[in-house]
Design a protein around this ligand. Structure first.
Ligand SMILES: [Ca+2]
Ligand SMILES: [Ca+2]
Length: 177
């Protein structure tokens, strides 16, 4: 009997912090600019974020970015562990999945790729599209007021075309409720 009571008490005490933080963050619409330090990779995100619980966050959106060779369009999503309502530090892991496009050599394929009347002339190129996926761990902090949220974060991008690049992101969000 004592065992059950103490177990219930323990359960109540451990769930108290969850109850006191029961009001999770408001869903937000966020626009974010991000870049590598030397601006070799720059990107823009438009994302929706929400908190399934007081300690977790999810973010889903569209992403456009470019580096020296490629242009990327895709979707981005991350899951986060976060803490706090107004000032909220977080760690997370995310993915970027999309299409990478770049001008590739077209001087060997016996086609007039650029439709200028000449086949395989020197310098002829075509737009090549490839599947692209990036995995990123992230760490950051968000500050929310009733009208605006500001999020600063750092990520590390790993993909087939680049690896280990550190990306800094600045986002502005507005609550949707
Ligand atoms: Ca041509
Ligand atoms: Ca050609």
């Amino acid at each position: 009997m004592f065992g059950i009571r103490s177990a219930l008490l323990w359960l109540l005490l451990t769930s108290l912090p969850a109850i006191s933080y029961a009001a999770p963050c408001k869903p937000q619409f966020e626009g974010a600019f991000w870049a590598e330090k030397d601006l070799r990779i720059v990107g823009l995100d438009a994302a929706y974020s929400a908190c399934p619980s007081w300690f977790s966050g999810v973010r889903v959106g569209a992403s456009y970015f470019a580096d020296e060779r490629f242009e990327y369009k895709g979707v981005t999503s991350s899951v986060r562990l976060q803490y706090g309502e107004h000032v909220s530090p977080f760690v997370g892991v995310g993915v970027l999945v999309g299409m990478a496009s770049h001008q590739a050599d077209a001087t060997q394929d016996r086609l007039d790729n650029d439709r200028n009347g000449q086949i395989d002339e020197p310098g002829e190129t075509y737009m090549k599209h490839e599947f692209s996926a990036v995995l990123y761990p992230e760490v950051g902090i968000a500050w929310y007021t009733r009208v605006i949220g500001i999020t600063l974060s750092a990520r590390r991008y790993y993909s087939s075309t680049f690896s280990g690049n550190i990306i800094y992101s600045l986002g502005f969000s507005t609550p949707l409720e």
